[in-house]
Design a protein around this ligand. Structure first.
Ligand code: HPA
Length: 270
């Protein structure tokens, strides 16, 4: 993996990705942030050596380098999911690349279903902890110890100071920001009623199909991490309605302006 990382980093440095400070993974519900970024370089994932190629139709699949609120940022427009058939190592390869380019902080957004029924569709949830239900680890491979501590500590995977800053920003701007535990499943099928009940019992407030692999690798690399979910549906096992993907995208779009404010204001403080 080290050889691949070096090759990819050399390529991106050659394309002008010069010492970004912050990495951002734009999941569902954060696309509009791009409007505020002064884009200096962008490369389609398909052109980046050793990158997985983008498949999910909602995502355009580009790595962007630019300035946001005076900071140099590298942005993943579109992420990779386990359910697309990649390995956990593939999905998290871009995090290793962003770290080698120089980032110290990783910011992540995603769409998730609300397990905690006090949370409503369209609300945002700050992830304070997670449960990995994807069945394996992105660190479970030969040679991982050459890239960082194999037995990575996960006692505080989300940066407490960054989370406090996000809560303050939400308060100041009148944005509802819940705090909770995110459980990651493989997908792509949604959950059964019995699975939603189980998720609640084990302590999840929200469920989604991403983020945890990237956060594990970011911790492996000692990056500061913050992640925010847009809650796109309410997962009430006793009143479950068939899920609608257009509804999910619509809820994500409605929450987007709030997510953009949170991330922009946060970046000013980093
Ligand atoms: N389950 C899993 N992933 C999701 C959901 C859900 O209910 N909503 C949005 N992403």
């Amino acid at each position: 993996m080290i050889k691949y990382i070096e090759e990819t980093v050399d390529y991106l440095k050659g394309r002008g990705f010069d010492a970004p400070e912050i990495g951002i993974i734009l999941g569902t519900g954060l696309g509009q942030l791009l409007d505020d970024i002064t884009i200096l370089q962008e490369v389609s994932y398909n052109h980046i050596p050793n990158f997985p190629t983008a498949t999910v139709e909602f995502h355009k699949g580009k790595l962007i380098y630019g300035r946001l609120e005076g900071k140099k940022v590298v942005v993943m427009q579109g992420r990779f999911h386990l359910y697309e058939g990649y390995t956990l190592q593939d999905i998290t390869f871009p995090v290793r690349i962003m770290e080698k380019l120089g980032i110290k902080t990783l910011l992540v957004s995603n769409a998730a279903g609300a397990i905690n029924l006090n949370f409503k569709k369209g609300d945002l949830m700050l992830i304070k902890d997670h449960i990995n239900l994807q069945g394996s680890s992105p660190l479970a491979f030969k040679g991982v110890a050459k890239l960082g501590e194999r037995f990575t500590d996960m006692s505080s995977p989300y940066d407490v100071k960054v989370n406090t800053a996000l809560k303050t920003i939400a308060n100041t701007h009148g944005i509802t920001l819940h705090e909770g535990v995110y459980a990651s499943v493989v997908g792509p099928q949604l959950e059964t009623r019995a699975e939603y009940r189980m998720l609640k019992i084990i302590g999840a407030d929200a469920v989604g199909m991403s983020t945890v692999p990237e956060v594990i690798v970011a911790n492996h690399l000692n990056l500061k991490v913050a992640a925010v979910s847009v809650l796109t549906d309410e997962c009430d096992p006793d009143n479950l309605e068939p899920i609608s993907i257009p509804d999910i995208l619509d809820a994500a779009a409605r929450a987007e302006p709030h997510m953009v404010v949170l991330f922009k204001e946060l970046i000013k403080t980093l």
